[in-house]
Design a protein around this ligand. Sequence first.
Ligand SMILES: *[C@@H]1O[C@H](CO)[C@@H](O)[C@H](O)[C@H]1NC(C)=O
Ligand SMILES: *[C@@H]1O[C@H](CO)[C@@H](O)[C@H](O)[C@H]1NC(C)=O
Ligand SMILES: *[C@@H]1O[C@H](CO)[C@@H](O)[C@H](O)[C@H]1NC(C)=O
Ligand SMILES: *[C@@H]1O[C@H](CO)[C@@H](O)[C@H](O)[C@H]1NC(C)=O
Ligand SMILES: *[C@@H]1O[C@H](CO)[C@@H](O)[C@H](O)[C@H]1NC(C)=O
Ligand SMILES: *[C@@H]1O[C@H](CO)[C@@H](O)[C@H](O)[C@H]1NC(C)=O
Ligand SMILES: *[C@@H]1O[C@H](CO)[C@@H](O)[C@H](O)[C@H]1NC(C)=O
Ligand SMILES: *[C@@H]1O[C@H](CO)[C@@H](O)[C@H](O)[C@H]1NC(C)=O
Ligand SMILES: *[C@@H]1O[C@H](CO)[C@@H](O)[C@H](O)[C@H]1NC(C)=O
Ligand SMILES: *[C@@H]1O[C@H](CO)[C@@H](O)[C@H](O)[C@H]1NC(C)=O
Ligand SMILES: *[C@@H]1O[C@H](CO)[C@@H](O)[C@H](O)[C@H]1NC(C)=O
Ligand SMILES: [Cu+2]
Length: 588
Amino acid sequence: MKLGLYLLTGCLALIREVSGATLNYDFNITWVTANPDGLAPRPVIGINGEWPPPILNFTRGDRVIAKVYNALGNESTSIHWHGFFQNGTNNMDGAPQVTQCEIVPGSTFVYNFTVNQSGTYWYHSHTRGQYPDGFRQALVIQDPEDPYAGKYDEERVITLSDWYHDQMPGLLKKFISVTNPTGAEPVPNSALMNDTQDLIVPVLPGKTYLFHLVNVGAFASQYFWVEGHTMKIVEVDGVSTEAADASMIYITSAQRYSFLITMKNETDQNYAMVGSMDTDLFDTLPPTLNYNVTGWLVYDDQNHNPAPSTVSEFDPYDDFQLVPVDGEKLLEEPDYTVTLDLTMDNLGDGANYAFFNGITYVMPKVPTLYTALSTGPAATDPAIYGTNTHAFVLGKGDIIDLVLNNDDTGKHPFHLHGHAFQVVARSAENAGHYNSSNSPAFPPVPMRRDTVFVKPTGYFVLRFRADNPGIWLFHCHIEWHMDSGLVATMVEAPLDLQKTLSIPEDQHQVCAASKTPTSGNAAGNTVDLYDLTGENTSSPPLPAGFTPRGIVALVFSCVAALLGLASITWYGLAPISQPPRGMAERED
Ligand SMILES: *[C@@H]1O[C@H](CO)[C@@H](O)[C@H](O)[C@H]1NC(C)=O
Ligand SMILES: *[C@@H]1O[C@H](CO)[C@@H](O)[C@H](O)[C@H]1NC(C)=O
Ligand SMILES: *[C@@H]1O[C@H](CO)[C@@H](O)[C@H](O)[C@H]1NC(C)=O
Ligand SMILES: *[C@@H]1O[C@H](CO)[C@@H](O)[C@H](O)[C@H]1NC(C)=O
Ligand SMILES: *[C@@H]1O[C@H](CO)[C@@H](O)[C@H](O)[C@H]1NC(C)=O
Ligand SMILES: *[C@@H]1O[C@H](CO)[C@@H](O)[C@H](O)[C@H]1NC(C)=O
Ligand SMILES: *[C@@H]1O[C@H](CO)[C@@H](O)[C@H](O)[C@H]1NC(C)=O
Ligand SMILES: *[C@@H]1O[C@H](CO)[C@@H](O)[C@H](O)[C@H]1NC(C)=O
Ligand SMILES: *[C@@H]1O[C@H](CO)[C@@H](O)[C@H](O)[C@H]1NC(C)=O
Ligand SMILES: *[C@@H]1O[C@H](CO)[C@@H](O)[C@H](O)[C@H]1NC(C)=O
Ligand SMILES: *[C@@H]1O[C@H](CO)[C@@H](O)[C@H](O)[C@H]1NC(C)=O
Ligand SMILES: [Cu+2]
């Protein structure tokens, strides 16, 4: 009897192990024209000639093989599988110059990994500045052991996004420039719901739907609510939670929520659902900008779709209150603490950059994973990864605390690749730096997710176990800030990585096609690993005494001189004389 049970359990385990399907995708990355807000057709990056790209639907246990061919002709590309642990497959994480080489036009990169998670995710290009040009989409993973199985009838995916009419390469050039010394981020032109406006979601009375909400935007967080209905949050960023009722959600770029909504029995009315971009983030609020986007739960297409009511105050659910269903307790005291102080400042080229501890990220010449794999015992020394990659080496199995102190007056959503972390502390606005002897006790069962935002001049503390050997970026998910250097590199258990990971030949070919060196330190030196001569670095600091205002004055007087208008005084022009609002308030 007992033996029989054993055999049965063994067989079932085996079946579960091998029952995962293999999902083959051929992705031809191409330019497509799209006009999702109806205001301006523009080139976007699509897949197989289509935009929006396909919503993917995996099941835990599946093997995914995505062959990505770059047919863009004029830009490199990559795919990051946001929130995936890639345990044992760090080279499939999709971050160029970190875990792989750029996929140059005409090259193919094969992403090949198994899925050991469930919930709501997304995939997007991790090539500099690229995903807001359209190369991003939601992805869901079915769980054969879903704790909410049977509690809903159907599932629906809804994305939220900001949208720009101009393309990123041009916007980035203007953003990181001497002509924008305060670092004012481009303000989006529209908000989108599911890559459109006026989204229609047909629903049946009495049914319960599981909605997967993903913010695939570049910059703006959104408030989201559904009139006349309560959302029951059941998952954040791939972590199932105890059900929590919410009338409004705040969702930053890269965050995800799943919630259940039970429909009314009456079909006499349709209900608006609204996404409203957090305008605190914007330096200016153009009077023509509609920062809201509306869709409707349509009970009957004969009903009219009412305009949403005005909400007088935004009071979203506080995600810090969420409790994971698995009840994972607060991890032990940390073995190692990474402390990052966030600032924004100008460098010698006059442009504005973002810094952790005074370091702004610049990509190394050799992808960091390739450095870790090719440098033997030296791989445990953060120095070899280069000055501007800001590397921290984490010991295998160690408990890590990551303390982020925000010395900036904006909100920033941070993402750690390769992990869902416990959020053990998050301060209110203006709390200053974290002080362990003077802060609230950590929750016994902390909320876990992979993207969390820090409040203006506040802090958060994240805790995780370094049980996933690999190179994992930690960065702000506002694409503007990522590109101006708000990135640090976690080098997790590099010696284990050397023992367990080998790069397949086709990925070496991708590096050869992009002429990227694949061994040695960050500068590509394979002889003296501590000699970083020739490494990529940031611009030098500003000469002492220079301020952004000084730079603006300089730029404008140069322009004035060129125009022969030297007598005009450009000092004190409106755009810089007022403190910028929110995110880009950097200098007193
Ligand atoms: C990719 O799409 C482009 C443009 O439609 C086409 O010319 C090319 O043959 C396609 N390549 C592959 C490998 O499918
Ligand atoms: C994903 O596939 C499952 C069947 O395997 C289906 O029940 C579910 O509705 C699909 N979800 C989406 C968002 O397509
Ligand atoms: C590449 O080509 C596309 C399509 O013609 C164009 O819209 C885009 O601006 C180009 N990108 C760059 C970086 O020039
Ligand atoms: C995917 O990875 C598995 C396991 O490493 C390997 O057996 C298989 O050949 C790979 N497939 C492709 C198409 O690269
Ligand atoms: C798969 O996930 C389970 C729990 O979610 C974990 O215990 C296990 O170690 C994971 N396996 C791998 C190979 O990541
Ligand atoms: C959102 O758009 C995708 C196509 O991009 C579609 O598959 C999905 O059903 C849409 N969701 C809803 C709720 O209409
Ligand atoms: C809808 O009708 C069902 C079945 O009669 C009932 O159980 C349920 O409570 C009703 N729902 C609401 C919101 O009144
Ligand atoms: C957007 O919605 C908010 C909340 O209801 C409202 O206060 C605001 O006036 C709306 N803005 C626009 C431009 O419609
Ligand atoms: C880093 O160095 C490589 C090779 O010299 C170069 O192609 C790349 O543009 C540099 N990147 C940065 C951000 O400086
Ligand atoms: C941290 O808090 C303790 C207790 O309130 C205080 O004595 C100490 O000065 C604080 N440390 C810093 C660096 O502010
Ligand atoms: C990775 O897999 C190992 C087992 O191979 C497991 O111990 C570890 O917990 C996994 N880590 C993550 C983040 O899934
Ligand atoms: Cu940021």
